[in-house]
Design a protein around this ligand. Structure first.
Ligand SMILES: C[S@@+](CC[C@H](N)C(=O)[O-])C[C@H]1O[C@@H](n2cnc3c(N)ncnc32)[C@H](O)[C@@H]1O
Length: 206
């Protein structure tokens, strides 16, 4: 029985990809992942399946072909933090896949800040409603947020301000690890007036 490899591709550039991951990616017959991530691997003899938000088709392909082909599912950052690993857990048994960790955006953001993150509250609004985001931010001294194009940093800042959370510092990390990486240190009030953020995570502190 051959196993599915679920590989953490890190925040973006190959600099943050583990050698163990590169070895398995090079051996694969098929790579599955977001366009942004697969764009870095140009082997013409590998089949590529692009994943943009939905997993159903890729999931059926994996189930059908897993024993015949070496399949690698590439996710951004680390598979353990808000990735398609959750969907794989629903269709495969643990013995049917191997996880190779990656450098998470969480790790790189706090590394850029020069701070530890063991005490940070981790929240994702990527593809999900804000839920009790305001209560969670209110209760924590240090919050890490995975954002979304539909709920970008300035909208998150506005959302928190409307719910009475005002005196917070925030750092936005855009395009982490890429040549156009941008780090914006500000506060919620100023952030709520900014525009033009793309792929971002943010840290909110008291
Ligand atoms: C589905 S989550 C994946 C998180 C990932 N598993 C991790 O460990 O960082 C996708 C979100 O990660 C963040 N993200 C991924 N790559 C990024 C990068 N290079 N720079 C900034 N944020 C990034 C964005 O908030 C994006 O919406």
């Amino acid at each position: 029985m051959s196993k599915l490899y679920i590989i953490g591709a890190g925040p973006g550039t190959l600099d943050y990809l583990l050698p163990a991951a590169i070895r398995e990616i090079e051996k694969a017959d098929c790579l599955i992942g977001a366009k942004r991530i697969l764009a870095q691997f140009y082997s013409p003899d590998q089949k590529k399946i692009y994943l943009e938000g939905h997993f159903k088709e890729a999931g059926s392909f994996i189930k059908k072909n897993k024993d015949k082909k070496r399949i690698v599912l590439l996710v951004s950052g680390d598979p353990g933090l808000y990735s398609f690993l959750r969907q794989v857990e629903l269709i495969l048994k643990k013995k049917e896949y191997i996880i190779i960790p990656g450098i998470s955006t969480l790790q790189l953001a706090f590394a850029r800040m020069g701070e530890s993150w063991q005490d940070a509250k981790i929240i994702s609004v990527h593809g999900r409603p804000p839920g009790n985001l305001a209560e969670e931010v209110n209760a924590a001294a240090k919050v890490f947020l995975l954002t979304d194009r539909k709920f970008p940093p300035q909208k998150i800042a506005g959302y928190l301000l409307e719910r009475g959370i005002k005196n917070r510092k925030t750092v936005v990390f855009e395009n982490l690890s890429y040549a156009d990486e941008r780090i914006v240190k500000t506060n919620l009030i100023s952030l709520s007036k900014m525009r033009g953020f793309g792929l971002c995570v943010m840290v909110v502190t008291k």
